[in-house]
Design a protein around this ligand. Structure first.
Ligand code: PGA
Length: 224
């Protein structure tokens, strides 16, 4: 099984999300993709901004092979934390949460202690954390079953790290035994096969190339 994860970041309007969903559904009906989902070769995870979470989750909650995720989750459980979105608020609506994305670590000063708390909160509500790490210094917390390696120099730069190098780096991480290993950073449809053909890489976290549903699905098609 390969996981193809869309991280829209702070992009799109409500109307653009509607259009994305429409086209994505068309793409899911194309025979090879439909077969790949049915045969559990491909799973898509869509992580929209919070205001569009239900717009996406409502459409896909009963669609096999498509899940919804958040782009972060609060380290707090509840209370006087203005602007925070907690795990209990999205419990049941999302199956995944991206945690510790490098943009949050750098812009919002998310530390290992905060990501640890986020992981705990997500897991307590049956949300699978997709823990992003930038390098071997970012802690992989207990109970994490999905780790996304995203080297900072590869994010949004067009300089994706070659798959062989990604696998070499993988050896330096203290990955839990059964954890899925995802790569992210400037992957496009043209480069996706290099990663998805490797047994040691279980999927891709896609930023800018996920904004176009046709391109996004084309990345998944590279796994076939
Ligand atoms: P990118 O972003 O594909 O635009 O490089 C990846 C990510 O930051 O998750």
């Amino acid at each position: 099984m390969k996981y193809i994860i869309a991280n829209w970041k702070a992009n799109k309007t409500r109307l653009e999300v509607d259009a994305w969903i429409r086209e994505f559904r068309n793409q899911l009906d194309v025979e090879d993709i439909a077969d790949a989902i049915e045969n559990k070769i491909l799973t898509f995870i869509i992580c929209p901004p919070f205001p569009f979470l239900y717009q996406v989750a409502d459409v896909f909650y009963d669609v096999p092979g498509v899940h919804t995720g958040t782009q972060t989750i609060s380290p707090s459980e509840q209370g006087a934390h203005t602007g925070e979105v907690t795990a209990s608020m999205v419990e049941g609506d999302v199956q995944y949460a991206i945690i510790g994305h490098s943009e949050r670590r750098s812009t919002w000063s998310e530390t290992d202690e905060l990501t640890r708390q986020q992981v705990l909160n997500a897991r307590a509500k049956n949300i699978t954390p997709i823990l992003c790490i930038r390098n071997e210094h970012d802690q992989i917390h207990e109970g994490v079953s999905m780790v996304a390696f995203e080297p900072v120099e590869a994010i949004g730069t067009g300089m994706n790290m070659p798959a062989d190098q990604v696998l070499e780096r993988k050896n330096q991480f203290a990955l839990p035994h059964d954890a899925l290993f995802i790569y992210g950073g400037s992957v496009k449809a043209e480069s996706a096969k290099e990663y998805l053909s490797k047994e040691g890489i279980d999927g891709l976290l896609i930023g800018s190339a996920s904004l176009d549903p046709v391109h996004f699905v084309e990345i998944g098609r590279s796994a076939l």
